[in-house]
Design a protein around this ligand. Structure first.
Ligand code: UDP
Length: 484
């Protein structure tokens, strides 16, 4: 008799990566896979602490759902006090050296664990290439981004050879420059859409070089999966744009959505979630609340956050604002004087919450977001128009597609060229109005609801993402059979 398929899933230790990879792990566990979920010790501890659980309770819970599942954690080699996600350059370098620790933990003999069928790796984890090769198993690259961004990053060396990277200051400002040389029929992209780490005036030499290195290793894959759905990026040919040597390249997302729709937990937070906000949301009128959150890593200056606060105050809508304790350039924010008092009847500020649950609440009418891919997919899947305010990486491209390709939101003018540009309270107020009221809102809502329905269809039985994930499972089955 054949033992069950065994997928080793390795996640980058960051909020926007652990969430989709855990959701993917659950979808595969439901299809009968034995799952080994690996991340770093630092991340593992953060997740347990935020959920107020110990490892044994977590194991009991997941096995209680009938899953064959184990968690493994490896040291990242950084000192305990290191900021990790707040110092991405150093974190990336540490992750590039994780291979030996990963291989050694996977090689520990355990009769209760079936032979490994494949390693599903976060696309930003080059260290898994050598491990998959040494263990003689396929390397499945999972993109936690949209397909268009994945194509850009995978082709970074090509863009370098064509002179599009590093992205020059004058190109960023140019209204006319379009890049059309990428494969996979991706819509013409602007210099501002290219991964922001590749800008000439980039924030860090380490991140620039590490991203180029990761791009090279992203071209080592036996299978490619993307957390998107075909109906969203249908014009793009992921098979041509993302496949490596003709290997399958499939859209299987949004991976949180099947879990969410079936009432299972689909959020794995690094911070303790504030639960009081739901009672507050229950008391607000339908579609009236603006939700404001910039994900797990984006920061802004205190001056900018003050302008934002005053714009939120002026717009008159109720708002739920996630203010992480490091949001103001790494520190907590002192709000403008009197602001809390003046807005107390229609504002709630929390330090972290279950975003998916918030976005699915009937009271939410709009989302001011940093345009992280998870946040974008979540808003689309819940039918919520967005204002994008990108900070780094893929967020510029996501924001532009939201605005120009899918027509489900707006952005603040000029922030794509200069992420440090101070957006005034007047612009904040008028842009909020354009997504919360009037004919512009009606149009955005129509478009986003259409995409929401398409997303829900894609992940339910017979839908594109649902079927693609089945195809992946069948292909892994064939690989396992061929080895017996
Ligand atoms: N998130 C959350 N609660 C919050 C803010 C964010 O649960 O208060 C989740 C959000 O649902 C998403 C993830 O954190 O799944 C952020 O991922 P994204 O790709 O949007 O941004 P990143 O944090 O990677 O920049």
């Amino acid at each position: 008799m054949m033992s069950p398929l065994h997928a080793v899933i390795v996640a980058c230790p960051a909020q926007g990566h652990v969430n989709p990879l855990m959701n993917l792990a659950e979808l595969l566990a439901m299809r009968g896979f034995f799952i080994t979920f690996v991340t770093t010790e630092w991340m593992d501890q953060r997740l347990l602490k935020a959920a107020s659980k110990d490892a044994a309770a977590r194991d009991r819970e997941i096995q209680g759902r009938g899953f064959k599942f184990r968690f493994l954690a490896i040291p990242d080699g950084l000192p305990p006090e290191h900021g990790r996600t707040s110092e991405i350059g150093e974190l990336l370098l540490a992750l590039q050296s994780l291979g030996p620790a990963l291989e050694s933990v996977l090689s520990v003999a355990d009769e209760s664990v079936p032979p490994i069928t494949c390693i599903i790796t976060d696309s930003y984890l080059s260290c898994t290439a050598e491990v998959a090769k040494n263990l003689g198993v396929p390397r499945v690259v999972f993109w936690t981004t949209c397909t268009a961004y994945a194509i850009i990053l995978k082709n970074a060396h090509f863009l370098l050879s064509q002179g599009h990277i590093p992205v020059k200051e004058e190109d960023l400002k140019s209204k006319d420059k379009l890049i059309t040389c990428l494969p996979g029929k991706i819509p013409p992209i602007r210099p501002t859409d290219i991964v922001s780490f590749f800008r000439e005036k980039h924030v860090s030499e380490v991140i620039y070089s590490a991203s180029l290195y990761e791009s090279r290793i992203q071209n080592i894959a036996d299978y490619v999966l993307v957390n998107t759905f075909e109906e969203l990026e249908g014009g793009i040919d992921a098979q041509i744009g993302l496949s490596v040597n003709g290997c399958p390249s499939l859209a299987i997302g949004p991976v949180f959505l099947p879990n969410f729709l079936q009432g299972r937990n689909s959020v794995y937070s690094m911070w303790e979630e504030d639960k009081t906000c739901f009672q507050w949301l229950d008391g607000q009128a339908q579609g009236s609340v603006l939700y404001v959150s910039f994900g797990s890593m984006a920061i802004k200056s205190e001056k900018q956050l003050h302008e934002l606060a005053l714009g939120l105050e002026a717009c008159g809508y109720p708002f739920l604002w996630v203010l992480r304790s490091d949001i103001a350039d790494g520190k907590s924010l002192d709000l403008p004087e009197g602001f809390k008092d003046r807005t107390k009847d229609r504002a709630l500020i929390v330090s972290w919450t279950n975003q998916l649950k918030v976005l699915s609440h009937l009271s939410i009418g709009g989302f001011l977001t940093h345009s992280g891919w998870n946040s974008t997919l979540e808003a689309i899947s819940m039918g919520i128009p967005m204002i994008g305010w990108p900070y780094c990486g893929d967020q510029f491209l996501n924001c532009r597609f939201v605005k120009d390709v899918w027509n489900v939101g707006f952005d603040f003018k000029g922030v794509d060229v200069d992420e440090f540009k101070v957006v005034t309270q007047e612009i904040v107020e008028s842009t909020i109005r354009s997504i919360m009221e009037g004919s512009s809102r009606v149009k955005l809502r129509e478009n986003v609801v259409r995409l929401k329905e398409a997303a829900h269809k894609a992940v339910t039985e017979g839908g594109t993402s649902y079927s693609n994930l089945n195809t992946f499972a069948e292909d892994m089955q064939k690989i396992a059979k061929s080895r017996v």
